[in-house]
Design a protein around this ligand. Structure first.
Ligand code: EPZ
Length: 430
């Protein structure tokens, strides 16, 4: 497997149909480890993170933390984050531009240095991705921001007493950014309502509380934080990646033959399990071993459905492209409404190129089930679209060539090796 690149290039060639059988192990969660890495800026003591996936986005976050003065070593799946004695709060443009999650260092760096300068995160193919909820929440915490020349610059002002912040939408990133920053505002009591309750947010809350933060309400949409003076370094184990797990479960329902997927937290994937029950192809979960074994569904007996994505515990938007691939082969008309992002349908033109029959009206994909897909040249537009197209290529008849496929390495650790280990034959060209 060649080195992981973030430049949107790379080509994957897959001949279908293929069968996946054997054992796949899910890695640590990308969307948990990224905000936790950002939160390590709140202490100068050593932080050890375990079960950290080796992904392009994690490498970008390492680059950002190192430019802020951290020294980071990776030993297998562990990251050791140490302080170098100085803190730089002006982060280079490029790494933040290419990965939105890196914006969440802005609040912590402002607290540590009194000011910070970080690039405005770029939009991407799933929407504008603004940060107004972040900046409004941080302003309530005393962080004034100015935006110019593509950078956001902050100034820390004194605040005291109790602050109440209500998020206009349960934004994962804004919840994480505001709660992380509020932890170190000594003597300030902050209440955040309408918080996101994704498992990755709860993992961040647990991490911060282990460091000595005082956050109450983990897992609920109301978080109460009592700011403390200091946070300590700890060792912490990252939760498994529910989106990677869900992606491989959907792959198994399309091309699996007793495909066992290990490291699955069912309580993080109830919405996916219930969709497959409604479709008529239930997933059997072994809660002792924390794994599922899936086999290609019998499409003749499947029922079409109408569904929507929504914030946790609803169906995750990050599995929407992948389940759309699955529904494209379910007899009858299914619909999926995307309620989290304004335009997360760029994979649909590509699936139609492979013989799917899907049209988009407003924020709803209307899917007429077809009895087969055919291989075709297609282009990936983001990491979840890339995964959806790869799954489609595994079940389509003929050769599929996916260009711009390097997106997939942002969120799927060792995907080439993992799929080869379950009998999938695919070619990757840098
Ligand atoms: C996180 O992104 C995830 N990324 C995304 O996963 C995921 O799709 C998303 O949450 C929703 O679950 C990480 O955790 C690193 P949001 P985030 O703020 O925080 C709007 C993947 O594939 N909004 O919950 O950026 C926004 O435009 C990635 O792994 C504002 O308007 O998502 C969107 O429509 C893709 N203003 C909605 O809220 C703001 O200030 C939800 O976004 C912030 C968000």
């Amino acid at each position: 497997m060649k080195s992981i690149g973030l430049d949107t290039s790379g080509k994957m060639i897959v001949k279908g149909p293929q069968k996946a059988s054997g054992v796949l192990t899910v890695s640590g969660s990308k969307n948990a480890v990224l905000p936790i890495m950002g939160a390590s800026l709140l202490t100068d003591e050593d932080v050890e993170l375990k079960n950290v996936p080796d992904l392009a986005d994690v490498r970008t976050m390492i680059e950002i933390l190192e430019s802020s003065g951290k020294k980071i070593d990776r030993i297998e799946d562990r990251l050791i984050i140490k302080s170098s004695g100085y803190i730089n709060s002006e982060i280079p443009y490029e790494p933040v531009r290419k990965m939105r999650a890196s914006f969440n260092v802005y609040g912590p760096l402002t607290l540590r240095k009194g000011f910070a300068k970080v690039a405005l995160p770029g939009g991407c193919s799933i929407g504008a991705r603004p940060v107004d909820f972040h900046l409004d929440g941080l302003r309530r915490l005393g962080i004034e921001s100015t935006i110019e020349h593509g950078f956001v610059t902050s100034k820390l002002t004194d605040i005291m007493g109790s602050i109440n912040i209500s998020l206009p939408f349960p934004s994962v990133g804004a919840t994480e950014h505001v709660l992380t920053t509020a932890c170190l505002l000594e003597g300030v009591k902050t209440t955040i309502t309408n918080c996101a309750i994704e498992p990755e947010v709860t993992d961040l809350v647990n991490f911060l509380n282990r460091m000595g933060a005082k956050i109450f309400g983990a897992g609920s949409s109301i978080l109460k934080i009592e700011g403390v003076k200091k946070l300590s370094g700890i060792s912490y184990n990252i939760i498994p990646d529910r989106i990677e797990a869900g992606t491989y479960i959907i792959l198994g329902k399309l091309a699996g033959e007793n495909l066992t997927i290990k490291n699955v937290s069912a309580d993080h994937l109830n919405s996916l399990f219930s969709i497959f029950e409604n479709i008529g192809s239930p997933i059997l979960y072994d809660d002792i071993k924390r794994e599922v074994t899936v086999t290609k569904a019998n499409f003749d007996i499947l029922k079409n459905i109408s569904m929507e994505t929504s914030p946790f515990p609803g169906f995750p938007t990050d599995l929407q492209p992948q389940i759309t691939t699955f529904l494209s082969l379910v007899p009858g008309r299914s619909t999926i409404t995307e309620t989290v992002f304004k335009s997360r349908f760029y994979h649909i033109d590509e699936l139609n190129r492979m013989g799917a029959k899907i049209r988009v009206e407003d924020n709803t994909a209307i899917i007429e089930g077809v009895n087969k897909l055919s291989g075709a040249p297609v282009e990936a537009t983001d990491l979840r679209a890339a995964a959806a197209l790869l799954i489609a290529g595994l079940v389509a008849e003929g050769e599929t060539v996916i260009t711009n496929v390097d997106h997939i390495f942002r969120g799927y650790e060792n995907i080439h090796e993992k799929l080869e280990n379950v009998g999938i034959d695919l070619v990757y060209l840098k």
